[in-house]
Write a protein that binds this ligand. Structure first.
Ligand code: HEM
Length: 341
């Protein structure tokens, strides 16, 4: 994905200069002032790298959740918030399932650390870059919520609807992280390039359709999983849904997505090489074709665990690139219809 650091050319130069302005602030204690004085007053490479770490981390968490499910480790730690009634962590006696489930729980702490670091680094920019600050705040605030939903998942014996919700919150966090990455790199939002050309209405509309179809495919995919064979534990309940029917419903938005993504590539074909929107549409076509191929492959081969893991990785990728597409397509810019995007 093309990620050019273009924050310096911005609609709002104030945003990249970065010092807090606006209503007078109550005085801070000296120690706090000393600390905040050392924090960045502009979007730094470290902030950009942390935003990427958050995006990758959310994707890894989705795949690691998939590993928990397909290896039957969902109740590897049989209780929550402790792993067992006696122990906070897994013990060697709990074997591989305990290890896999506890590793998945631990990953949440790593993501919380990234979210906290981002929020701290953005503290002095909380006024000028409200977009970055609140996206980072949302990421951090959702982590305890996600931990609690994970806990309810375990305490309900892996109720498939709760498992589905647990996955969908992670999916939403991939979307939030992608928006954060684009804004941290000055690709979209208040610091998008001043030279940006506004996409023509048809392209904007198709981008919205493509993004909505992607999100719908992901939501419906969880119903296929909930009625499928990989519940996370042999004792867990399943959704009382017809697997064949749910799969057919799951692929309806996929067809819409393939059609709109291909149409977008055709419409943007003549845009200059390196055009962000053209690249975004190409990325979406590639990821959707990959994901569709894996989807059919797993469907016709009895849903093998490896392909389920790859399909979950593909779902994270599709979510990220579809969000990138809609974000770039709807960003502000000059109306130059002849430019082709
Ligand atoms: C853009 C394309 C697609 C996306 C974004 C997508 C996304 C998803 C998601 C998010 C899940 C649920 C994962 C979970 O809850 O753990 C899922 C499950 C599934 N998808 Fe797709 N999917 C796509 C295309 C397809 C296609 C074309 C097929 C072909 C039949 C397919 C077949 C399946 C099957 C069989 C499952 C259940 C796997 C299991 O039991 O674990 N998918 N998909």
């Amino acid at each position: 994905m093309e990620l050019k650091g273009v924050t310096e050319v911005s609609h709002s130069s104030k945003a990249s200069q970065g010092t807090s302005q606006g209503a007078p602030q109550p005085p801070l204690p000296n120690t706090v002032r000393n600390i905040t004085g050392k924090l960045p007053t502009a979007v730094t490479p470290a902030i950009r790298r942390l935003s990427i770490a958050s995006l990758l981390g959310q994707g890894v968490l989705i795949v690691s959740g998939g590993v928990v499910r397909v290896t039957g480790s969902g109740l590897g730690c049989p209780t929550w918030p402790k792993c067992t009634a006696e122990s906070l962590t897994n013990t060697p006696a709990m074997g591989i399932h305990g290890f896999i489930e506890f590793a998945n729980r631990t990953l949440t702490f790593a993501l919380a650390a990234v979210g906290l670091a981002l929020l701290v680094m953005l503290w002095n920019l909380r006024k000028e870059r409200k977009d970055l600050f609140w996206l980072a705040f949302g990421l951090l605030a959702s982590i305890p919520a996600q931990a609690v939903i994970g806990g309810i998942t375990v305490l309900t014996g892996l109720n498939p609807y709760v498992v589905s919700l647990h996955f969908l919150v992670s999916a939403a966090l991939v979307v939030v992280s992608m928006l954060l990455v684009n804004r941290a790199y000055g690709r979209t939002g208040s610091t998008s390039p001043a030279t940006a050309v506004r996409a023509r209405p048809l392209v904007r509309q198709l981008s919205v359709v493509a993004a909505v179809a992607s999100y719908l495919a992901v939501v419906l995919g969880t119903l296929v999983t909930g009625s499928g064979p990989h519940s996370g534990d042999s004792t867990s309940p399943r959704m009382e849904l017809d697997g064949y029917l749910t799969t057919r419903i799951h692929v309806v938005p996929v067809y819409v997505l393939v059609a709109t993504a291909v149409l977008l590539v055709i419409l943007l074909w003549r845009s200059p090489r390196g055009d962000m929107l053209r690249n975004a549409a190409f990325l979406l076509v590639v990821s959707v074709l990959f994901q569709g191929f894996i989807g059919y492959w797993q469907y016709f081969t009895g849903i093998p665990v490896i392909l389920v893991g790859v399909h979950m990785l593909g779902a994270s990728l599709t979510l990220a690139v579809a969000t990138n597409l809609i974000d770039v397509a709807l960003r502000r810019g000059k109306d130059v219809v002849a430019a082709g995007s």
